[in-house]
Design a protein around this ligand. Structure first.
Ligand SMILES: *Cc1c(COP(=O)(O)O)cnc(C)c1O
Length: 336
């Protein structure tokens, strides 16, 4: 939200300086974004131009965006590890498309990268995937330290490429705490526990430690996927992604005799929370289960989970029920 707010103000300043209208700002992103993007669009009066979901390719590519971008585009959103399938947008091709647009039309459109989930994974597992400030149009990136940054819930970070990417008018200088404290945030007092712990984790684990942790999560995710694939019932939508996130659908829902919602409910009864949900608009025929493999989902825990999964699938074997409409609607969006 702080990223888009800054880009909106910078866009408006550029338009004002050029004597052009600045009353119809828009933001371009894929239908697979987290709710925070929709919130930012709504709260900051940005027209949301949503690139529809293709259930067979659940990430954004540069080829998708040209019809949505115009002179009023404040920013294009790209996701590194999306909420629905864990896939990673092709930020490099999005950057190339925006360079082309700049060359053809003269509009500079920045990219804000949502690295909430993948920002702490990509540098360690996929250093050759270029999604960050190595790309010219990437001007800001957000990370959720409380996800793969390995700290308690409640800490997020936004990083701007350059000080000039945050308009001065948005930064308040507070003196009443003593000295001078510049602040760019939407709220005031917050716990510093996450920040202190994040420093500790950086010092304790170091780059190599983070790599080891991410590698373990990735190996565990691959192990879990292999075992789940062996049930012969699921198709994985996270194929090709480096994220330790599994999103899978029932390969043949017509003849399965049960839905992903049945599986989710039955697993919950065994003590496992595995969300089931439809993909966003244009992909809503596809219903998936999602498992995020974090550092604390160990191999032995995964084996316990697989036992439950096997029990559940055996029990559900013959049952034939479509997902109750109410459940589908209620679970339409994963929350985190
Ligand atoms: C979790 C998540 C968010 C929200 O981040 P919080 O740190 O939970 O506020 C935004 N975008 C994506 C892709 C996420 O996975």
């Amino acid at each position: 939200m702080l990223g888009l707010l800054a880009h909106k103000w910078s866009w408006r300043a550029r338009r004002q300086a050029a004597g052009l209208p600045y009353d119809k700002p828009n933001v371009v992103y894929s239908g697979l974004v987290h709710t925070c993007w929709e919130k930012a669009a709504k709260y900051f009066d940005l027209e949301a131009r949503v690139v529809p979901v293709d259930p067979d390719r659940t990430y954004l590519h540069g080829d998708d965006i040209a019809p949505y971008v115009d002179e009023n585009t404040v920013a294009v959103g790209a996701i590194v590890g999306n909420t629905f399938t864990g896939q990673v947008d092709d930020v490099q091709s999005i950057d190339a498309a925006l360079q082309q647009i700049q060359a053809d039309k003269g509009w500079f459109v920045p990219i804000h990268v949502d690295g909430a989930s993948g920002g702490f994974v990509a540098p360690f597992l996929a250093p050759d995937v270029v999604w960050d400030f190595r790309l010219e149009h990437v001007r800001s990136i957000n990370l959720s330290n409380h996800k793969f940054g390995l700290v308690y819930a409640g800490m997020g970070t936004v990083v701007f490429r350059d000080r000039s990417d945050v308009p001065d008018e948005l930064v308040f200088d507070i003196t009443y705490l003593g000295g001078s404290a510049p602040t760019y945030s939407l709220n005031f007092s917050q716990s510093s526990v996450g920040t202190v712990l994040q420093y500790f984790q950086f010092l304790r684990l170091g780059r190599q430690g983070y790599e080891t942790v991410m590698r373990a999560a990735s190996d565990n995710a691959a192990y879990l996927q292999e075992k789940l694939e062996a049930f012969g019932r699921f198709t994985f939508l996270n194929e090709g992604s480096f994220m330790p996130v599994l999103a899978f659908k029932i390969t043949d829902p017509e003849s399965a005799g049960h839905t992903v919602y049945d599986i989710s409910d039955a697993l919950r009864a065994e003590g496992w929370i595995v969300p089931a949900y439809p993909l966003p608009p244009h992909g809503e025929e596809t219903h998936v289960l999602r498992i995020v493999v974090k550092d604390d989902f160990s191999r032995s825990l995964i084996d316990l989970f697989l036992e439950s999964a096997e029990n559940v699938l055996k029990k559900l074997g013959g049952q034939l029920e479509p997902p109750p409409a109410a459940v589908t609607a209620k679970k339409a969006r994963p929350i985190c």
